[in-house]
Write a protein that binds this ligand. Structure first.
Ligand SMILES: *[C@@H]1O[C@H](CO)[C@@H](O)[C@H](O)[C@H]1NC(C)=O
Ligand SMILES: *[C@@H]1O[C@H](CO)[C@@H](O)[C@H](O)[C@H]1NC(C)=O
Ligand SMILES: *[C@@H]1O[C@H](CO)[C@@H](O)[C@H](O)[C@H]1NC(C)=O
Ligand SMILES: *[C@@H]1O[C@H](CO)[C@@H](O)[C@H](O)[C@H]1NC(C)=O
Ligand SMILES: *[C@@H]1O[C@H](CO)[C@@H](O)[C@H](O)[C@H]1NC(C)=O
Length: 343
């Protein structure tokens, strides 16, 4: 089983090598090659395969480095020759998309490689913290592989590998403002939006990721560019049958009065599923899915209001403990990592 996986990898590696020879695609960021483990050593064949794997990984690294240089010089040339031409943008877009395609294929192959290598050990890739521990220390988009044992599906995530030690799996982001968060139960269950832009990772995914003791970090930015954060040393969601009930505790941070405490121990509500503790239908009133009490002390899934409109309504992206009920924030990120995370 492992042997065939390795063969497949080797074939992919070669394909990629051939492919990259022709393409002038650039590489956005380097992903470190998976660490070659020294433990195990059950038999020579496995050792040999591991060496081959490491070799493929290093070749991939080399290859992507070359790509980067190629594209840089390509872009340089294009810029020089074609400065006035409006085909310039098209070409760069094309180069970028080619590059990101190859880039993500390299990442997936490397992830699979690191999985194959560690099949004998017990550590699976479960979240961004596991990736961090496998030496992926660059923030960005990653694909978590499906794991039958953990019963987790393949999942695209954004990892914050820098803030406060890194290892964070981002579960929510508001910063662009074009994605509506006024969505129904099914959409909040599965997740929606774009992983590099505004998104909700999905209640089922958040539930799975918080089965281990988890820390929640909320980062807030206002329209003056000031940033605050709130951290909860304990954070968990229950499953769908229990309406994704929120439990959190042990707040610390700079975001003023704790504006999630009021939402502790409440069920998740959406416009089509009113689970709040109120006669009002909070989710419909506040135009987002959230753990409404009656109704809110914060609403990170509210309406995105742009500068100038940001103090005129109460259904915006609010955190009462900092800017009160009328102020809709410019940027929000919610991210989680295991309590026992160590750098
Ligand atoms: C890696 O592969 C290259 C090309 O096939 C080969 O020349 C080199 O000896 C290999 N290195 C190891 C450590 O196997
Ligand atoms: C929350 O959900 C649970 C299970 O779905 C239900 O038993 C409970 O009554 C709900 N609580 C409220 C306040 O709606
Ligand atoms: C939230 O509720 C849980 C369970 O009732 C409790 O243990 C925890 O201390 C509460 N958190 C806050 C911030 O009150
Ligand atoms: C909150 O922190 C205290 C002190 O570290 C700890 O005893 C308690 O168990 C924590 N509460 C939760 C719900 O994790
Ligand atoms: C919120 O806006 C309303 C209407 O503009 C205003 O009456 C109210 O005083 C504002 N509240 C705060 C706390 O700014």
């Amino acid at each position: 089983m492992m042997k065939s996986a390795v063969l497949r990898l080797l074939t992919l590696g070669v394909t990629l090598l051939l492919l990259s020879g022709k393409s002038g695609a650039q590489r956005k960021r380097a992903v470190p090659a998976p660490k070659h483990p020294t433990k195990g050593g059950c038999c020579e064949e496995v050792q040999a395969l591991k060496v081959q794997l490491a070799n493929v990984s290093s070749q991939l690294e080399e290859l992507t480095r070359k790509q980067e240089e190629e594209v840089r010089s390509l872009v340089h040339q294009v810029l020089k020759l074609d400065k006035q031409s409006n085909t310039l943008e098209d070409r760069i877009t094309e180069a970028e998309s080619k590059y990101s395609e190859i880039n993500s294929r390299v990442e997936i192959i490397q992830l699979q490689a690191s999985q194959a290598v560690t099949q004998t050990s017990t550590d699976a890739i479960y979240d961004c913290a596991s990736l961090y521990h496998k030496n992926y220390k660059i923030s960005g988009e990653y694909k978590l592989p499906a794991d039958e044992f953990l019963r987790t599906p393949e999942l695209e995530v954004y990892c914050d590998m820098e803030t406060a030690g890194g290892g964070w799996t981002v579960i929510q982001r508001r910063k662009v403002g074009l994605t509506s968060f006024d969505r129904d139960w099914k959409q909040y269950k599965r997740g929606f939006g774009a992983i590099r832009g505004d998104f909700w990772l999905g209640n089922d995914n958040i539930f799975r990721l918080t089965r281990q003791p988890t820390v929640l970090r909320i980062e807030l930015e206002d329209w003056e560019g000031e940033m605050r954060y709130a951290e909860y040393q304990y954070f968990t969601l229950s499953n769908e049958i229990n309406s994704y009930r929120l439990l959190l505790a042990n707040y610390s941070g700079t975001a003023g009065q704790d504006s999630m405490r009021y939402h502790n121990n409440t069920n998740f509500s959406t416009k089509d599923k009113d689970n709040d503790k109120c006669v009002d239908d909070c989710a419909a009133l506040r135009k987002g899915g959230y753990w409404y009490n009656c109704c809110t002390d914060s609403n990170l899934n509210g309406v995105y209001y742009r500068y100038g409109e940001h103090t005129k309504s109460t259904d915006g992206i609010t955190w009462y403990g900092w800017h009160g009920p009328n102020y809709s924030l410019k940027r929000v990120e919610m991210k989680i990592r295991p309590q026992n995370f160590q750098q």
